[in-house]
Design a protein around this ligand. Structure first.
Ligand code: NAD
Length: 517
């Protein structure tokens, strides 16, 4: 085990266990406030997606490393759950200040490993801070209920208590925001946490853990372990872990849900998405085109709320596609660190090949590639692709059925509003959706009928503001509690009911009947 300074002073490793040279120091776990490489001897490369070079290696925790972290969190639990809400709130105010003031530093770490442009990285930090702000009101969120005179001389009150050690397993695409969604509420509610960030961009989580430590969070309350399936499986099966929060792809979300439940844990597992944006004939087509381009290609389409299907109703398709083409021709794609770039690279070479594969196969499936970004040339070895627009897409085609998670927008042409609703309601994913119209009645009907968790009316990416909670339906969320905001205080607390009576000893009597009132 090393202190932070010792770890930073150590020379960068020439090569990780994966055999590739890296330019930066290894990414280590943070357990009990100390950095450690763990015991596994296994590492994975962390790339700079803009250059394709291995920037660092991340240590992958063994099951024993994870068990050590869990025991550390368990040991920190009694003191943390006894810490006053006033103290917790003060720490969270400091966390908010530290992260807000040093957002450019965190954004640079995100861009270096994820590839998204710096302004987008700063945006994700800001959205993560919404939940930190919400959690500073922990005194309000942890309030229970009191019912006087429920029966004669009997009062009932409900209190909220932490669940214990909580595991938070996060995806690559929001390396700061999603951890902040989970860990902040869990900690505010008095739990201790093991954060297992994506091994593809792990450094933001370490930076965040250090920000919490600097704000005064005691060691062991927030631990970061890096790793893959081996680390995750230990979290899902270790009896000391009481709750699991997960965000990632649908197959893994389902696995996390089933395995955690089989081991007696409460679990919320958010999965993948295929978000449809419906454009009605009465919509303003320039606004709709702006929204579609922003929501489809922002962050290279690597957002769970990205619009990936454009549903054109009636004769909207041709004029809308014309407008989208005009706009995408002007997009600047380049390294996320270049202020001129509007879109950066994809996360890995495999992701790049997978995304390009969908576009390459689309004509054979019967679709028309209107804009083919896969043919755009980029200098160097970065994981860049251009933006693609595919028309005449239908259910049954891979380009429609599967989550692409890249800058590919599919157009599905339908005749009527009812066709659009039916299309969306038969899709397995149900994270977000939007309708673009100038008619209030159409918008209301959409809101009423659509079977999707988050709905935008002339808003393409309807991520709820921090005072509400975030969650899709169907294969986009396994479990029933949404993330961050008020619902997350339910997830991270157990409610306890206390029934109280102060009878005169003289009133005492034996009564074998079931207590009524
Ligand atoms: P992923 O499912 O590959 O990985 C998510 C996490 O699971 C990572 O920490 C990873 O290490 C771990 N993991 C991966 N394979 C595992 C396995 N076999 N067993 C146990 N753990 C495993 O997802 P990703 O590629 O990092 O992120 C992109 C996905 O996340 C997309 O599908 C996207 O839609 C989804 N996502 C959903 C939301 C949402 O709110 N619903 C938000 C962000 C991202």
């Amino acid at each position: 085990e090393d202190t932070k300074q010792e770890a930073e002073a150590r020379a960068p490793q020439a090569a990780g266990a994966d055999g590739q040279a890296a330019t930066g120091p290894d990414v280590e776990h943070v357990i009990g406030g100390r950095r450690t490489a763990g015991t596994s001897g296994r590492t994975a490369p962390v790339y700079d997606p803009a250059t394709g070079q291995v920037a660092r290696h991340v240590h992958l925790a063994s099951a024993e490393d994870v068990a050590t972290a869990v025991e550390t969190a368990e040991a920190a639990l009694p003191a943390w759950r006894a810490t006053s809400l006033a103290k917790r709130s003060t720490i969270l105010f400091r966390v908010e200040n530290i992260i807000r003031e040093r957002t450019p530093e965190l954004a640079a770490i995100i861009t270096a490993e994820h590839g998204k442009v710096l302004s987008d990285a700063a945006g994700e930090v800001a959205r993560g801070l919404e939940n930190v702000q919400f959690c500073t009101g922990v005194m309000h969120h942890m309030k229970g209920e009191f019912l006087e005179q429920a029966a004669t001389g009997v009062d009932v009150h409900q209190i909220r208590q932490p669940v214990g050690v909580v595991a938070c397993i996060t995806p690559f695409n929001f390396p700061a925001m999603v951890p902040l969604w989970m860990i902040t509420t869990a900690i505010a509610a008095g739990n201790t946490v093991i954060l297992k960030p994506s091994e593809r961009d792990p450094s933001a989580a370490v930076w965040i853990a250090e920000a919490f430590a600097e704000a005064g969070l005691p060691p062991g309350v927030l631990n970061v372990v890096h790793g893959d399936k081996e680390a995750v499986d230990e979290l899902l099966t270790n009896p000391l872990v009481k709750a699991v929060s997960f965000v990632g792809s649908t197959p893994i979300a389902k696995y996390i849900y089933e395995t955690s439940a089989a081991h007696g844990k409460r679990v919320q597992a958010l999965g993948g998405a295929k978000n449809h944006m419906v454009v009605m004939p009465d919509a303003d087509l320039d606004s709709a085109a702006d929204a579609a381009v922003s929501a489809a290609y922002g962050s290279a389409g690597e957002r769970c709320m990205a619009v990936s299907v454009l549903v054109t109703v009636g004769d909207v398709a041709d004029p809308l596609i014309e407008r989208i083409k005009e706009r995408v021709e002007k997009l600047t794609i380049g390294p996320g660190t270049d202020p001129a770039s509007e879109m950066g690279p994809l996360i890995t070479r495999q992701a790049l090949e997978r995304v390009n594969g969908y576009v390459a196969n689309a004509p054979a499936e019967g679709a028309t590639v209107v804009v083919d970004g896969t043919q755009q040339h980029f200098d160097g070895e970065g994981f860049f692709t251009g933006v693609s627009l595919v028309d005449h897409v239908r259910p049954g085609m891979k380009v429609y059925d599967e989550e692409i998670f890249g800058p590919v927008l599919s157009v599905v042409r339908v005749d009527t509003f009812d066709d659009a609703v039916r299309l969306i309601n038969t899709n397995q994913y149900a994270n977000g959706t939007a309708v673009f119209t100038r008619d209030g009645k159409t918008a209301r009907e959409f809101e009423f009928a659509i079977e999707v968790g988050m709905v935008g009316v002339n808003v393409p990416i309807p991520v709820p503001i921090g005072a509400f909670s975030f969650g899709g339906w169907k294969s986009s969320l396994f479990g029933d509690t949404h993330m961050y905001g008020p619902e997350s205080f339910n997830f991270y607390t157990r409610r306890k009911l206390v029934t109280t009576r102060w009878p005169e000893p003289s009133e005492s009597q034996i009564d074998l009947g079931f207590p009524t009132h």
